[in-house]
Design a binder for this molecule. Structure first.
Ligand SMILES: [Zn+2]
Length: 481
């Protein structure tokens, strides 16, 4: 969800986050009202779009927000006046961001050109009425005929504008919440000493962080991958069945509801894991005193055509979201986050005296020239330092005892439902099933061999080792290292 960081005063920072409330148990009357409101909001959007389109085509001055306001005022009986204004404002915002994007060279961005049947219903903060037993959302009508939707929902104290959205077969209320973070509090929790870090975002590993203090963090993305794979399989089956139905028939709708349920659930699970994973990165960066963080932008990796299965995985890899979360969470922690290219970082040997270039396969980066073996994503993040900070001081791949492997949260749907039974296998450390001479392993990536006493404590053999606690919080790694 979008978070903005708006410094208001020098000593005080406010951030806006969006809280999502699913609207279960709406009455049929309330559903009818909301649907009519959404349709009316669509009409407001469409008339704004038409006005703007005509102005563009006839080379007239473009309508301003005030023009749009006058155009739509008093014409939309199924919405309250403030919702109409908010819709116009949102349309105006779209135009502005398109202008900015096109000026920045992104000419693939188009100005709105399509009619919309539905739009979210938006309310500014002052349009809502807080009641003892919930909140009242005004819709159309005047005086005695005024229509409302009353929801038994207490909004957060600093709630701002909100909107009702139809998302995967159910209504959701999205509320902006402003939070103030006093700079003094921020400073107490984090004192950046000007340290630097680089993040390599990936699909199998959500992120790999290397700091100039010589520590490394790898956050596994396999949980997200597994959830997405399950989703694709389930949706594929339902799609096949739907193809045999008459469109919009009773059976078709039934299958559609099932699809919506799965898509919605997976979306929420993946969003949760992405947030948790990126929080791990920022927390590690804070502990290492990082003040500047560089994220390599993997744009372009996705464009290679690599067969339908991999193409699907790549198109569902939400690295943009990960990067946005990092920026937002970084801003709240007082870390400056920048992005830039990562070209060549994962194909060059991180050994400063070697610099061999070769293609990577698998998780393990084994240099053919100098024989060094590292974790592939850490190699990428380490090489990024030269690109990001144009540094002459050399940053090396972290020593194996300084690398932490974490999972953002418990993996799998079934495991989660059985509390305490989450998957306990070790996250992929990039060294499994390889025949590397032991003297190389000790100088390369990974944990030191488990001491005898630890084996006795944690169970024997590699299967019994826990690298991350199932809840994704505490880590057993520190006990082993
Ligand atoms: Zn090398």
């Amino acid at each position: 969800m979008p978070t903005r960081s708006v410094p208001t005063r020098e000593t005080y920072t406010t951030t806006t986050t969006v809280r999502i409330f699913p609207l279960h148990g709406l009455t049929p009357e309330q559903r009818v009202l909301l649907r009519a409101g959404q349709r009316e909001a669509g009409a407001v959007y469409s008339s704004c779009m038409q006005a703007h389109k005509i102005a563009r085509q006839t080379h007239d001055p473009w309508p301003s927000y005030t023009d749009l306001h006058h155009l739509t005022k008093g014409r939309h009986p199924d919405l309250c006046a403030q919702s109409v204004q908010s819709t116009c404002r949102a349309f105006d915002g779209t135009i502005r961001s398109t202008v900015t994007n096109r000026k920045a060279g992104n000419t693939r961005m188009r100005y709105p050109w399509k009619e919309r049947r539905f739009q979210p219903i938006r309310w500014p903060a002052q349009a809502l009425q807080r009641k003892r037993d919930g909140t009242r959302f005004p819709l159309g009508g005047r005086g005695k005929d005024r229509r409302y939707v009353d929801l038994p929902l207490h909004l957060p104290r600093k709630a701002g504008a909100c909107q009702v959205i139809w998302n995967h077969g159910q209504y959701e209320l999205h509320v902006c919440v402003t939070q103030g973070v006093a700079a003094a509090v921020q400073a107490a929790s984090h004192t950046p000493h000007g340290g630097r870090g680089c993040v390599d975002v990936g699909e199998i590993h959500q992120a790999a962080l290397v700091t100039d203090t010589g520590s490394g963090l790898i956050v596994s993305g396999r949980g997200i991958r597994a959830i997405m794979q399950g989703r694709n399989r389930a949706i594929g089956g339902l799609q096949k069945k739907q193809a045999r139905c008459t469109k919009y028939s009773r059976q078709w709708r039934k299958l559609q509801r099932a699809r919506d349920r799965i898509t919605g659930k997976v979306e929420r699970q993946v969003r949760d894991l992405r947030h948790k994973g990126m929080r791990l990165v920022i927390e590690q960066a804070k502990t290492e005193g990082v003040g500047e963080l560089y994220i390599g932008n993997p744009d372009g990796v996705r464009r290679h055509k690599t067969g339908r299965h991999h193409n699907q995985r790549m198109s569902q890899w939400g690295y943009g979201t990960d990067m946005r979360y990092l920026k937002e969470k970084g801003a709240r922690a007082g870390i400056t986050v920048g992005t830039g290219p990562e070209r060549g970082t994962s194909s060059t040997c991180p050994n400063p005296t070697c610099r061999q270039k070769q293609k990577v396969r698998g998780r393990r980066w084994a240099c053919r020239l100098c024989g060094g073996i590292w974790h592939r994503d850490l190699v990428g993040a380490t090489n990024m330092f030269a690109l990001a900070f144009k540094e002459t001081a050399i940053v090396l791949v972290p020593e194996r005892q300084n690398i932490t492997y974490r999972r953002p949260g418990p993996v799998g749907l079934r495991q989660r439902s059985r509390a305490g039974n989450a998957r306990r296998s070790s996250p992929d450390r990039g060294l499994r099933g390889t025949s590397i001479p032991t003297e190389l392993i000790t100088s390369a990536v990974g944990h030191p061999p488990v001491p005898k006493y630890a084996q006795a404590l944690l169970g024997t053999g590699p299967e019994g080792r826990t690298h991350c606690s199932p809840d994704g919080h505490g880590s057993a790694c520190s006990a082993l290292a």
